[in-house]
Design a protein around this ligand. Structure first.
Ligand SMILES: NC(=O)c1ccc[n+]([C@@H]2O[C@H](COP(=O)([O-])OP(=O)(O)OC[C@H]3O[C@@H](n4cnc5c(N)ncnc54)[C@H](O)[C@@H]3O)[C@@H](O)[C@H]2O)c1
Length: 334
């Protein structure tokens, strides 16, 4: 049995904890949270031990086999450092860090200590996003030309730290980064990015951002992300992809946030002969698939090849370029 600790018993820590109900090879044995109330509540719910901080966990010698970091991003660097130096495999939530300097140091630490390391860019496990990438790679509907990807939500008021730009990086680093990640995963490293943003200093700086991307072979992308929609607005995400012999479209609407997925659209492939094909998609939750992959890497003592720290660093570079572009009102060449 693989024993996992989760650091951070907030919104996403609970989602990870819940995934493990469906992963029989592994168990969450430890929960760490600075808030005794949050930490103890989740720990007792899943029959795990509670620790008030990461140092006490790592000193406790409780034989954990891996750690999931689900704390705010301004804490990722210091926490990864401690976990990697202790030789434990780590799955760190996105964004990997707040600066490229931190991300580069994290990559070096992982290399030096030869530990398994993943960053939680969960879109790369989301069955619909994966299915669209597979269709594109199979060339079933020709060469891809353009992708639009969006993610819209109400203000994340359950986590006040997000409204401090220095702690979260605003909606660009926290939310928009998922769609920038998808565009880069589909089409590779872009040549340039041009972003425009809506700013609200009391809600984390950038609260809404649109980014146009150009890729080396002429493909283009457009991503839109924002968290200042009125509280009546459902969490909305999806994409449409234009290829030279068809198009793919999918999206979903949820409740206040992703955990209450309500209305998924059909996954549709529009063909150039006039037909529309509906594709059935695996309904396994994306966080469960991500956690399963992490556990699989630990069980087989294999480095992760999906969502590596290098991926996390490159996505961070792109999201930071989007912020720079929006603030300076100019295109950024990468
Ligand atoms: N992959 C995704 O789709 C996704 C979705 C949501 C959040 N996230 C990421 O997950 C991370 C957490 O986000 P969240 O929404 O769950 O935040 P949250 O505020 O709901 O939860 C964070 C938890 O960390 C705890 N914490 C804070 N400082 C701590 C410390 N020093 N030691 C131990 N615990 C500490 C807090 O008490 C809180 O319970 C962020 O990096 C966020 O970007 C990813």
């Amino acid at each position: 049995m693989i024993k996992i600790a989760i650091i951070g018993a907030g919104f996403v820590g609970k989602i990870h904890a819940s995934s493990f109900k469906n992963i029989p090879e592994a168990r969450i044995t430890s929960i760490v949270d600075i808030s005794k109330k949050e930490g103890k509540s989740l720990a007792s719910e899943i029959d795990a031990d509670y620790y008030p901080d990461i140092d006490i966990l790592l000193e406790s010698n409780n034989n954990i086999d891996g750690v999931i970091i689900a704390t705010p991003q301004f804490l990722h660097f210091e926490m990864v450092k401690k976990i990697v130096k202790a030789g434990k495999p780590v799955l760190c939530e996105k964004p990997l860090a707040l600066t490229l300097d931190e991300a580069d140091k994290m990559i070096n630490l992982v290399e030096e200590n030869q530990v398994i390391a993943m960053v939680g860019h969960v879109v790369r496990f989301f069955p619909e996003y994966v299915a669209a990438k597979e269709i594109i790679e199979s060339k079933r509907i020709g060469e891809p030309l353009f992708c639009y990807a969006e993610r819209l939500s109400t203000p994340p008021d359950w986590a006040a730290w997000r409204f401090d730009e220095k702690s979260s990086g605003g909606a660009a680093l926290d939310l928009h980064i998922h769609d920038l990640d998808y565009l880069m995963w589909l089409f590779g490293r872009p040549v340039s990015i041009r972003s425009q943003a809506v700013f609200n200093p009391s809600h984390g700086g950038i609260v809404h951002i649109s980014s146009m991307l150009r890729f080396r072979d002429g493909k283009t992308g457009l991503a839109q992300g924002g968290w200042d929609f009125p509280i009546s607005y459902p969490f909305t995400a999806g994409f449409n992809i234009l290829c030279d012999d068809g198009a793919i479209e999918w999206g979903f609407k949820a409740g206040k946030n992703i955990e209450k997925e309500k209305k998924k659209s059909d996954f549709l492939i529009y063909l150039s002969d006039g037909n529309i094909k509906k594709q059935d998609i695996d309904s396994t939750d994306s966080f469960e698939l991500e956690d399963r992959y992490f556990i699989d890497c630990i069980r087989n003592n294999r480095k992760a090849s999906i969502c590596t720290f290098k991926d996390g660093r490159d996505i961070l570079e792109l999201a930071l370029a989007a912020i720079e572009s929006a603030k300076a009102n100019k295109a950024i060449y990468l």
